[in-house]
Design a protein around this ligand. Structure first.
Ligand code: C2E
Ligand code: CA
Ligand code: CA
Ligand code: CA
Length: 283
């Protein structure tokens, strides 16, 4: 009796259970992966778009899963954020980056600063600045070799606190930038109060500068305004997600010289980053 209903119910519970199960499995696997040292850090250059010179790198974590291969951060960072596991991942990434900088220095490569992403949970964790500073000191890396990126929405979560914590990081000698700028609705007065030195225009805006970059298009107007805002606040402006030469041309014509994106390089494992560091430029 009421087979359909029963099936319907079962289907519902199955799919809900399945979701929870998958999430639970991911969390457990990730915890284990962390213990088994399965996280790897890739690096993507930020280039001076006029000359191709490499100015700095962004560290981007991947999970080298024994069964599924390289898993992108979008698939596990959000879960790590909501389970608190991110508080174990952050220090591992920082340690790997410090070790990598040392290795590159030993190999005689010109080293450039490396930017590390900080998630919301990490930023507001007690003693963040002190913990980072002591890890970096223990690793014997000068703080000016490291930069931290926080998204605009992370900075908006608790404004007064964000200012305090960012000030501590800045006083410890680290550079700071606002990531995904334009997606978090920060006011200009708030931005001007943040002790940051850089601003990264979110790639959704750069994507609106299409191939025939008609500078009257609304997307183009917005990007121009963002570049102007950054420069008025005396910030270094980096365009994210530069994929086409026309975007590069538009950005350069409008005073934005720093870019990051597939046009210049994908995020690369250290071994593939090395030849580029040896030259110090992308072309
Ligand atoms: P994000 O900080 O905005 O990083 C930029 C993302 O854009 C990277 O994705 C990068 O591979 C991608 N990207 C770069 N150039 C282009 C381009 O030209 N076109 C397109 N379509 N995409 C481009 P990825 O590596 O998958 O990282 C995704 C997000 O995961 C990052 O976004 C960041 O929020 C987070 N994440 C990565 N590594 C870490 C980490 O170590 N800690 C934390 N807390 N978050 C991380
Ligand atoms: Ca970032
Ligand atoms: Ca970003
Ligand atoms: Ca992002």
């Amino acid at each position: 009796k009421a087979d359909g209903e029963k099936g319907g119910y079962r289907f519902y519970t199955t799919s809900l259970n399945k979701q929870l199960e998958e999430r639970f499995r991911l969390e457990q696997d990730l915890r284990q992966g962390l213990e088994r040292n399965e996280l790897v850090v890739f690096y993507q250059p930020r280039v001076h778009m006029g000359s191709g010179r490499i100015l700095s790198l962004e560290a981007l974590v991947r999970w080298n899963h024994p069964e599924f291969g390289l898993i992108p951060p979008g698939r596990f960072i959000p879960v790590a954020e909501s389970t608190g596991l991110i508080l174990g991942i952050g220090p591992v990434v920082l340690e790997k980056v410090c070790e990598q900088i040392h290795q590159w220095q030993r190999a005689g490569l010109t080293t450039v600063p490396v930017a590390i992403n900080l998630s919301t949970q990490e930023l507001y964790k007690k003693n963040l600045a002190r913990n980072i500073a002591s890890m970096v000191r223990a690793a014997d890396i000068p703080p000016n070799m490291l930069e931290f990126e926080i998204t605009e929405s992370t900075a908006m979560r608790s404004m007064g606190e964000a200012i305090t914590i960012l000030t501590q990081l800045w006083e410890a000698g680290f550079s700071l930038s606002i990531d995904d700028f334009g997606t978090g609705y920060a006011s200009m007065s708030y931005l001007s109060n943040l002790p940051v030195q850089g601003l990264k225009i979110d790639r959704s805006f750069v994507a609106q500068l299409n191939r025939e970059s008609d500078s009257r298009r609304p997307g183009a107007t917005i990007v121009k305004a963002m570049i102007g805002l950054g420069h008025n606040l005396d910030l270094g402006v980096i365009a994210e997600g530069v994929e086409h030469p026309a975007q590069q041309t538009f950005l350069l014509e409008n005073g934005c010289h720093m870019g990051q994106g597939f046009l210049f390089s994908q995020p690369l494992p250290p071994s593939e980053m090395e030849p580029l560091l040896r030259i110090g430029a992308i072309w």
